[in-house]
Write a protein that binds this ligand. Structure first.
Ligand code: SF4
Ligand code: SF4
Length: 312
């Protein structure tokens, strides 16, 4: 029997759609899934590695179940504006979770995948690091286990933040890191905490391309009073233009030289048919490993790039 990510995340999608106030439209992109109907090709030693790491993995189905439960617990919000005191408490709560960067954006229909909807107008976006060492020998089962572990961590973050906000009277619905109603790399970009690289991963200041992302939809309309963007990361686009390492190193030739508009208004950077072949080899991850931002220091790369620009 083939793997179906769609089936795993379907209950979450059904619940978010049930309570949706904002829906996709004709300009929305189609959601693309890598492993739909494909059979994983695990070797004996991979099964042993999975069993040995079961402690890291058991949280994943639990967090997905918790996400569905929290979406169902839709409340009639008693507030739509957050006070400085409550925001400080929220920020403090977030820093105690394993969140490296967070931001927010306003959700509009063309940002949502086709046939999807979200219950609230604003989205808080959280990014957490994956262990770079797990990507040293990609494609590998170690890398796939690490991705699964951080899916659970980031899913849990969305659940906890949603619960926190519900408890103080706000509308809040988590969207687990597995099964976004919208493109999470772009969500991180819209939230000002990342720029989407040519490999389509969000490149963040803290963790380069080695991160996972989750989201909480909320009715808080004054997040902009407290979350300010101090870093213009758009220089990464010029860096990417000159770099192209992920394109050269991708074993399947799956990364477009120039992004294309397949549907909707947002560019598509990956040939998903080709990437899904790589993806079946332990999730691949070569493009993450090879990206200079994954192991390099953001500030050093930035200043080096600026100096070279001056010399040109
Ligand atoms: S995951 Fe692998 S196959 Fe897919 S784009 Fe990245 S390097 Fe290419
Ligand atoms: S490898 Fe280079 S081109 Fe690809 S996303 Fe990273 S910085 Fe951009």
């Amino acid at each position: 029997m083939g793997l179906s990510l769609n089936k795993v995340v379907e209950p979450q999608k059904i619940e978010l759609n049930k309570y949706a106030k904002i829906y996709s439209n004709d300009n929305s992109p189609k959601k693309r899934l890598y492993v739909e109907g494909r059979k994983p090709d695990f070797r004996k030693q991979d099964i042993i590695a999975i069993v040995k790491n079961i402690k890291k993995l058991y949280l994943l189905p639990y967090t997905l179940w918790e996400t569905v439960k929290l979406i169902k617990k839709i409340i009639t919000p008693t507030k739509s504006k957050i006070s400085k005191k409550s925001f400080d408490e929220l920020a403090h709560f977030i820093t105690k979770l394993q969140v490296d960067d967070f931001g927010f954006f306003e959700v509009t229909p063309e940002k949502i995948f086709k046939e999807c909807g979200v219950p609230y107008k604003y989205a808080l976006v959280f990014s957490s690091s994956m262990d770079k060492n797990a990507f040293a020998d990609v494609p590998s089962i170690e890398c796939q286990l690490e991705v699964a572990r951080v899916y659970a961590v980031t899913g849990n973050i969305a659940n906890k933040v949603a619960k926190f906000l519900q408890n103080i009277g706000f509308g809040a619905s988590p969207n687990h890191s597995m099964g976004g109603q919208l493109d999470y790399s772009m969500a991180a970009e819209w939230a000002g905490i990342a720029v989407t690289g040519r490999h389509s991963m969000a490149i963040t200041k803290s963790n380069g391309a080695c991160n996972r992302i989750s989201v909480v939809y909320t009715n808080i309309e004054n997040l902009g009073d407290f979350i300010k963007y101090t870093e213009d990361m758009t220089w990464i686009r010029d860096f990417c233009e000159k770099c192209g390492k992920c394109i050269k190193k991708c074993p399947e030739g799956a990364i477009y030289e120039k992004p294309v508009i397949l549907d909707g208004v947002n560019p598509t950077r990956i040939d998903y048919e080709k990437c899904s072949k790589g993806f079946m080899k332990y999730g691949c991850g070569v493009c993450i490993k090879e990206c200079p931002f994954t192991c390099g220091n953001y500030e050093k790369i930035k200043s080096g790039f600026a100096k070279n620009k001056v010399k040109e």
